[in-house]
Write a protein that binds this ligand. Structure first.
Ligand code: PLP
Length: 374
């Protein structure tokens, strides 16, 4: 059987990783400034994390959600404490798209409506509802009439008010910082006004923190820079440091009803062990503070490089926009300088390193980038 060929691949195989480095099948070391789409939060093969998963795997990998799994409550307690949302409830699934799918469902149940406001250049995943609220020309959306969606320009409060005036909107879904859309940051005032308008119109505010959450921006969630509290927050990616897990943080105004949501694998023992280990390491190694400090350092150094048109971002979620397409530059960084980076569209390099990146590693990247650009 051959693989269904829907992703372009670099011609190299990564076989291991340690901290902020990965190693290919020939033993070549790469500085990882991408963390496999923002997934590696605490660094590759962190010993505490490896031990926690290994010990759990020896005991029990999975048992169904028809019996108590105390690891889920452990995870919820740790997440509540570290994120500042201990009064919210947690529903566990396996990925970011699933988190958004369930958040949209909850919003629709809660309000009895099916219109959703999303924003230009948004990306919320590829399941049937998540892809419907995604505005990206490269992503093929199937025919799907579950939700009616209005895509509005980011930061345009007048258009949001206009759309909400119809009284048929169930939810607004917005990324803490747009990742796939090119590291676009919603304005603080816009988020605050959005929060107020959602409350006034009884619309559910969903913050998609799948990419911008879990400490990446130097706060636990990117929206915390605006001091707002959404109704639903979706998480995944860095939550399991590579182990598939996602979640929806649900505000106390939602009442759970049996049968409302469900999952087979969501919150399984192994996933919870991985996610608990991630939060322990984030807390003990102060990784959110590290992301804020090293991220700001990296942003400041990058802004000194004249060939970069614009540097955008917060913490360790950074976009470098160039006047020319970045494909060649990324290839040279990878194959000549052995640095992994990501891209958003054609002209933006996207940096999403492990939150443990050191200042020395940031300097090392700057040196390699300057070599290629000079
Ligand atoms: N939401 C955002 C903001 C994302 O960046 C992504 C993935 O890139 C998703 C949702 C979908 O997550 P997953 O690929 O885990 O389904």
């Amino acid at each position: 059987m051959k693989l269904f060929d829907v992703y372009p691949l670099f011609d190299l195989e990564i076989v291991s990783g340690k901290g902020c480095y990965t190693y290919d099948s020939h033993g070549t070391e790469y500085l990882d400034l991408y963390g496999g789409h923002a997934v590696i939060s605490i660094g590759h093969s962190h010993p505490y994390y490896v031990n926690r998963i290994t010990e759990q795997a020896k005991k029990l990998v999975f048992y169904s959600n028809s019996v108590v799994n105390s690891l889920q409550q452990q995870l919820a307690d740790k997440l509540g404490a570290l994120s500042g949302y201990d009064d919210y409830s947690l529903f566990l699934i396996n990925s970011g798209a699933e988190a958004n799918e369930n958040a949209l469902k909850l919003a629709s149940f809660h309000t009895g409506k099916k219109k959703v406001i999303a924003f230009a250049h948004s990306f919320h995943g590829r399941t049937s509802a998540a892809v419907k609220v995604t505005d990206n020309p490269r992503i093929v959306a199937p025919i799907n009439d579950t939700f009616e969606v209005a895509f509005l320009p980011l930061n345009d409060m007048a258009r949001v008010e206009q759309e909400m005036a119809g009284g048929d909107v169930c939810a607004v879904i917005i990324e803490g910082i747009q990742g796939v859309g090119g590291i676009q940051i919603p304005e603080v005032q816009f988020l605050q006004e959005l929060r107020e308008a959602c409350s006034r119109h009884h619309v559910v505010l969903i913050l998609d923190e799948v990419q911008s959450g879990y400490g990446r921006t130097g706060k636990f969630f990117a929206h915390q820079y605006a001091g707002i509290r959404p109704d639903l927050i979706t998480v995944a990616k860095g939550m399991g440091n590579g182990f598939p897990i996602g979640g929806v943080l649900i505000s106390p105004q939602f009442t759970p009803v049996y049968g409302m949501l469900g999952t087979t694998f969501g919150g399984n023992h192994l996933a919870c062990a991985a996610a608990c280990a991630v939060l322990d390491v984030m807390r003990d190694e102060h990784l959110v503070d590290n992301a804020a400090r090293v991220g700001q350092y990296l942003i400041d150094r990058l802004r000194e490089i004249p060939q970069i048109k614009e540097v955008r971002g917060k913490g360790l979620m950074i976009g470098l926009e160039f006047d020319q397409p970045v494909k060649e530059l990324r290839n040279r960084l990878l194959f000549e300088q052995h640095v992994f980076t990501g891209a958003s569209g054609t002209h933006v390099i996207r940096l999403l390193p492990p939150l443990s990146l050191s200042q020395e590693q940031a300097d090392c990247f700057i040196g390699k980038l300057k070599t290629i650009l000079s």
